[in-house]
Write a protein that binds this ligand. Structure first.
Ligand code: GTP
Ligand code: MG
Length: 287
């Protein structure tokens, strides 16, 4: 992934479909009623977005442009951690598999404990990786999964748009995931899956309810289908861009000159913990 040559860090190029040069906007179909889809001109719905802007922050742009800063300050790989939570069977694993492997499996295979993927991006010329942690929705695995919430830069709370109860449970998932992290330290995404299963009117109703819930939890709402792939790539690009920018701005605020957000050591220890979950502090009332 990275190697030292002539005293400088060199990163292997990422695949072309992971190169992000422009700030990704939310499209209409991502979060607006079916009646509004396809209208040109507006890209955001104020009710459902974390960021109401069309471009990178000027500080981010400057930092990415400045090759000297990049080589001196970002020698190590920039990396963020995203944790995906939600009820059993809502489609968390399928969502990740659609983005990371471009596959969809109709058969349900429960996630046991936790699983993870690492996706490499190039954002505004800067190598960036996203650790994507897939947790089990089954109650019996909750104590294992919750051990991995800590240190998340992003929490993705998933519900099944065809099963409204799962939307009601997202509040609880949000509280549990946030209880392991500092207030304000993570961005939250509320993601409705199985968009393909709903008729337009029903989808519109569910999206309205989801936007209300997203407002309550200060989250950005997306409606997606892992089956058709609709909005999946857009969602992950948006998450990668927002968390990348966050990490750049935080580095600048702290005056950090050589850092990694998360990092290879973190991956190693997270992977080690995957094999040894009991070494993490576990709540006494669980499992
Ligand atoms: N129609 C449709 N089915 C989906 C979609 N996403 C997932 N599914 C189906 O929903 C079921 C559950 O998907 P998973 O991704 O395994 O669910 P999960 O949330 O990871 O479940 P746990 O690991 O047990 O927590 C599978 O049978 C999938 O084929 C979707 O976008 N559309
Ligand atoms: Mg799963």
């Amino acid at each position: 992934m990275q190697e030292m040559r002539n005293g400088r860090m060199h990163f292997q190029p990422v695949s072309r479909d992971r190169v992000l040069s422009k700030f990704p906007k939310v499209t209409y179909s991502a979060c607006l009623p079916a009646s509004s889809e396809g209208k040109a001109g507006k890209c955001y719905t104020p009710q459902a977005c974390l960021q109401m802007k069309n471009d990178w922050d000027s500080q981010t742009k400057a930092a990415c442009k400045d090759r000297t800063t990049m080589h001196q300050g970002w020698d190590r790989l920039k990396m963020s951690k995203a944790v995906i939570v939600g009820d059993v069977n809502v489609g968390k694993t399928c969502l990740i598999n659609r983005f990371c492997k471009d596959v969809f499996d109709r058969d349900y295979k429960a996630t046991i404990g936790v699983d993870f993927e690492i996706e490499r991006f190039e954002i505004s010329g800067v190598p960036f990786s996203l650790q994507i942690w897939d947790t089990a929705g089954q109650e019996k695995f909750k104590c294992i999964a919750s051990a991995y919430y800590r240190g998340a830069h992003m929490i993705i709370i998933v519900f099944d748009m065809a099963d409204i109860k799962t939307l009601e449970h997202t509040r609880q998932w949000s509280e549990e995931a946030m209880s392991e992290n500092e207030p304000g330290s993570c961005s939250i995404f509320l993601v409705g899956t199985k968009r393909d299963l709903l008729a337009p009117q029903e989808r519109q109703r569910t999206e309205r309810d989801a936007i209300k819930m997203a407002n309550e939890m200060n989250a950005e709402f997306w409606s997606v289908s892992a089956k058709s792939g609709e909005n999946v790539q857009e969602l992950f690009f948006r998450m990668a861009a927002l968390t990348f920018e966050d990490s750049v701005l935080k580095d600048m605020e702290l005056g950090v000159t050589s850092t990694t957000i998360g990092g290879r050591d973190d991956i190693k220890s997270d992977i080690a913990n995957l094999q040894e979950p009991a070494s993490k502090p576990v709540k006494t009332n669980c499992c």
